[in-house]
Design a protein around this ligand. Sequence first.
Ligand code: NAP
Length: 548
Amino acid sequence: MNSASNTNGSNGNGAAVTDLDALVIGAGIAGLYQLYRLREAGLSVKSVDAASDVGGTWYWNRYPGARVDSQSYIYQYWFSRELCEDWDWSERFPAQPEAERYLHYVTERCDLRKDIIFDTRVTSAVYDEAAKKWLIGTDTGRTFRAKYFVSCAGMLSSPLLTRFAGQDRFKGEVYYTAQWPKKEVTYAGKRVGVIGTGATGIQVIQTIAPLAGHLTVFQRTPQYIIPMRNPLLQDEDRKRYRGEFDTLKTRIRETFAGFDYDFGDKGYDDLTPQERREHMEKIWADGSLSFWLTTFPEMFFVESVNNEVSDFVREKMRSRIDDPALAEKLLPTTYGFGTHRVPLESQYLEAFNRDNVDLVDVSDNAIDGLTETGVRTADGTVCDLDMLILATGFDAGTGSLTRMGIRGRDGRALKDEWSKDIRSMLGMQVHGYPNLFMTAAPLAPSAAFCNMTTCLQQQVDWITDCIVHMQRNGIDTMEPTREAEEEWVRHHDETANATLVTKTHSWYMGSNVKGKQRRLLSYIGGANRYHERCDQIARDGYPGFALS
Ligand code: NAP
């Protein structure tokens, strides 16, 4: 197999260029595994990451309360039983430091660090048609030339670093959750404000409520939530999941959302009202995302079913809030349960029962800026603060790729094309960008409707198989045909538009970013069906892709 890694040539400006078979962007869950797989396949490969260390999401999102909400024993790599044997998860849903430590552990065990270049952000990636290679520039001045350009930059890695009018004048501390500092941040005696009540904001709020002098939560849209049941794992638990390694590895590829649980055999109409209630109570008690992803498939399509589940969740939520007027503000009513990401929480609603926590509803009274002393809303009220925490979300799916300056055949720019029409083939390639492979990109199940580790490993495996196939068969380029891509986009849209999810405002639909096309970013036809389709395409010799 071809293998070349050297610094020999220049980028036309006299700067040295490093020649590689493949350059991987990212050193998070997908990037680490992609680096490992391509290196094992005999390619010369490096990974670059803007961070100073490995971890991806778990490097950047070190905000208070950050926690995994997939069960630890399935939030892991499956390529090595030894890795599983030698790692002890301490909780069912581990906190950020443990997830980060796990990725360090895998990095050291697989000796990946020597092939990762940190503190380096890709600023341009241009396809050289004559050479059939990608020329990739970075903010450190280092340039790479590679046949394969593999983005493992993440679905939720481009934070919306919202800046409010007058923000520079604010004299207090300001923190963005997705760029949380490594230094210790203290809350005692301080008046803290949090903007954003998505999964991130909720984890922050429930964690710092008991620590802050006073906490003010600025809420624009309330969330449906599920209480997390998070026992410490005992040796017998670890023994059990290790014993089930092979079963779980297979199982997660066969379920709708890449977890070990799935929808039952009986649909909504097969159950009496009492059985439905018992069914919901039982799954609710599991304290996991299974209440969202296994209760009734009809919940995603049929408004009356969705209303019943939404009522159930609102009832559960209401019973935890002391003040009925406050409950009305905290209960979502403008959209249906599960039509966007449902956060797992611990004592989130109880935080609002505390004397030191206030909720400011900004749905009709928007934040219109910051003053020297705090946050001003449209009615002119200023809430004085010592610290402001922004948990305002991400430019999901497209953001990490459009910020990289990617140019394909004939000088086309991905940023321009996706600003009009977000398209891809299986979320892994785009017509016009040969040998650009992507994980966690738009129109695949990752992030929104799939346990991330399941879908990322499946995509890395598929991409690796493509690349090995090309290497073995002397193929220079691979890209989807326009027609095959069109067919995938049509299938994706048809599947999405049959659900209630497309009626909701959230990052799932891109509607949290001004001017972004409204299209469901993740494939909702099932991770299992998606995996089967990818496997079939590989087995059939990649129909729908031009190989030359
Ligand atoms: P998000 O769900 O997009 O939430 C952003 C929040 O900021 C929303 O409440 C939004 O309100 C609010 N917001 C934005 N601009 C605002 C403004 N100008 N004024 C007032 N409010 C404003 O982002 P996220 O919470 O970071 O979560 C993103 C995704 O990351 C999650 O859905 C999940 O997939 C993932 N995540 C996972 C975990 C985990 O696994 N443990 C934890 C955290 C996050 P509107 O809704 O009204 O726009």
